[in-house]
Design a protein around this ligand. Structure first.
Ligand SMILES: [Zn+2]
Length: 310
């Protein structure tokens, strides 16, 4: 089986669309796919420091491919270095580290990456992956990896604690609390506006979970013990011009009915109007011969604390 550094999920998102960068961020594990600089090593500048790179850049004789499959989560430095140069290897098609270049993430190597193949040599040259900044970053990253290992140990201790009943209950509760805190500091945190959508659901006591599943299924919500996998559709309209007529691609509906076994719905979110509507996709009776399916949102579908599904 061919192994690759990163695997993009199937998503309907192209360059510049509202959730595109967040999807890439998730699929590329919050790190630059070229130099492996991780957001957690970046501090406060994080959101500005990561960009969307077109793997195949625009050249004079082609138009630029904005599709999700051509996009890479990249730090500013790598994106600038790569520019329109050819020769960088595709991290979604190649297992670059270990095959084309050595793993520079260890003390013995002096945190330097060496080329193992000709392609690797060109890759290093185009992206200039051995600058002083890269070496410093790799050092930092190694200590972060130690933290990840500590996380694993923490989870292991938690599991053991669950089983061992003889430990004093109070100590157990305290310990659990500390372990939860350590763990929560290292989890994937969504950025606006997805995090605002999650806040909205929480504030209306709607059971939800951020899932980022394939086919744009971003958040799950639960009503009467039924779980709905939902696409979050964000509409930046203000309150006055809030458009309550929505059109869903029937292509998407066909995909969902074929590939997703859970119930599916759409969350239409208007962050400026502070409103969210829930439209569960009917299990049948959708005319897929047309390209768009029309939905008119009403107050009945407005998600708030008194929302009921009937
Ligand atoms: Zn980078």
């Amino acid at each position: 089986m061919r192994t690759v550094e990163y695997k993009r999920k199937h998503r309907w998102a192209s360059y510049g669309t509202s959730k595109c960068k967040e999807y890439l961020r998730y699929d590329f594990l919050c790190e630059c796919a070229y130099c492996k600089l991780n957001e957690v090593d970046c501090g406060l500048v994080t959101s500005h420091f990561f960009e969307v790179d077109h793997f195949i850049p625009q050249t004079s004789d082609t138009t630029v491919d904005h599709s999700y499959g051509n996009l890479i989560y990249s730090c500013q430095v790598c994106n600038n270095k790569k520019g329109n140069e050819n020769g960088a290897l595709n991290p979604c098609e190649e297992n670059i580290w270990g095959k084309h270049i050595t793993n520079g993430f260890c003390e013995e190597s002096g945190y330097i990456c060496k080329a193992l193949t000709e392609e690797g040599s060109l890759h290093l040259k185009v992206l200039q992956l051995n600058t002083r900044a890269h070496i410093k970053m790799r050092k930092q990253s190694v200590s972060r990896l130690l933290w990840d290992r500590i996380d694993e140990i923490v989870i292991d201790i938690q599991n053991r604690l669950k089983l061992k009943k003889s430990i004093d209950d109070e100590i157990k509760t305290e310990l659990f609390h500390v372990l939860e805190l350590i763990k929560s500091g290292r989890q994937y945190e969504p950025r606006e506006p997805i995090s605002i959508a999650v806040d909205y659901l929480n504030s209306h006591s709607i059971i939800n979970d951020l899932i980022f599943k394939e086919y744009n299924l971003d958040i799950s919500i639960t009503f009467n013990d039924i779980v709905y996998y939902c696409e979050l559709v964000i509409d930046a309209s203000d309150i006055k011009s809030e458009n309550l007529n929505k059109y869903i691609d029937t292509e998407r509906l066909k995909y969902w009915s074929k590939h997703v076994s859970e119930r599916v719905g759409i969350l239409f979110f208007y962050p400026n109007a502070k409103r969210m509507y829930f439209f569960p996709i009917p299990e049948s009776s959708i005319d897929v011969s047309k390209t768009k399916y029309h939905v008119h949102l009403t107050e009945k579908q407005l998600l708030n604390s008194s929302f009921t599904l009937n």
